[in-house]
Design a protein around this ligand. Structure first.
Ligand SMILES: [Zn+2]
Length: 245
């Protein structure tokens, strides 16, 4: 066993950050970005980008699934917000566009996808349940992505259903969130009730649990194995232990 020390600042770091109107993007956040292929000019966080491409490929959607919007800077989110208010009004904008500083797109971990067509709506791209888009949707959690704003969760997320918006959280987390029909807003409470085990295809097993951040430094004793820590941007840490193969 070994003891790791978690600093309170780590609550605001990692791929499982909750970003919404009550939990803005931490000021210090700066993702490592890459450009997605297809000449789209769309940027995404490096690791999420490679899993997105793998999922699109597995779905057979390389030619038909188009990345519409990925990483956005604060200035870009502000101009999308302003333009949407000017063209579609405040109530539409509040439903479909996150407040600047409170958008998942600013993490580089979110992507809006569209089905290839002559006109793709930038705010609400068409990403149907049928065909390759439907196959992608079914496969997404195996590659670490969740459909972030689902039907029936609007009162929790504060955002209308967005079948085109996917968020990278990591494979075991996406599987758990999907299997238990959770919104990301519900995930920390779900984990704090009890630890969860997840067996990845291929046999690698993960144990996932939640630790509340109680003071400046929180000590956690864990087994000697590969350990990933992510803050939730709320009040603690999500810890993933990978058991040795
Ligand atoms: Zn989006």
């Amino acid at each position: 066993m070994r003891t790791i020390i978690l600093n309170s600042s780590q609550v605001h770091q990692g791929p499982l950050l909750l970003i919404n109107s009550s939990h803005p993007l931490p000021e210090s956040y700066s993702p490592s970005l890459v450009c997605l292929p297809c000449g789209s000019g769309v940027l995404m966080e490096r690791h999420a980008a490679s899993l997105l491409q793998a999922c699109v490929q597995a779905a057979g959607g390389t030619r038909q699934i188009v990345p519409v919007s990925g990483y956005r800077s604060q200035a870009e989110q502000q101009s999308i917000w302003d333009e949407s208010i000017a063209s579609s009004g405040i109530s539409f904008t509040e439903k479909y566009v996150a407040l600047p500083g409170c958008s998942e797109h600013q993490t580089g971990l979110a992507i809006d996808l569209g089905h290839l067509s002559s006109h793709i709506d930038f705010i609400r791209p068409d990403f149907p349940d049928e065909g390759v888009c439907g196959v992608f949707r079914k496969l997404a959690s195996r590659y670490g992505f969740i459909e972030r704003y689902k039907e029936g969760k609007q009162n929790i997320t504060g955002i209308a259903p967005e079948p085109w918006h996917f968020r990278y959280v990591g494979i075991p987390h996406a599987r758990l969130i999907e299997e238990h029909s959770l919104a990301l807003e519900e995930y920390s409470d779900f984990l704090s009730q009890r630890p969860w085990r997840y067996a990845q295809e291929g046999g690698r097993r993960a144990m996932i649990f939640y630790v509340h951040c109680t003071e400046d430094k929180t000590a956690v004793t864990i087994p000697d194995c590969c350990c990933q820590v992510s803050g939730d941007n709320q009040h603690g840490f999500i810890i993933t232990l990978w058991e040795a193969e």
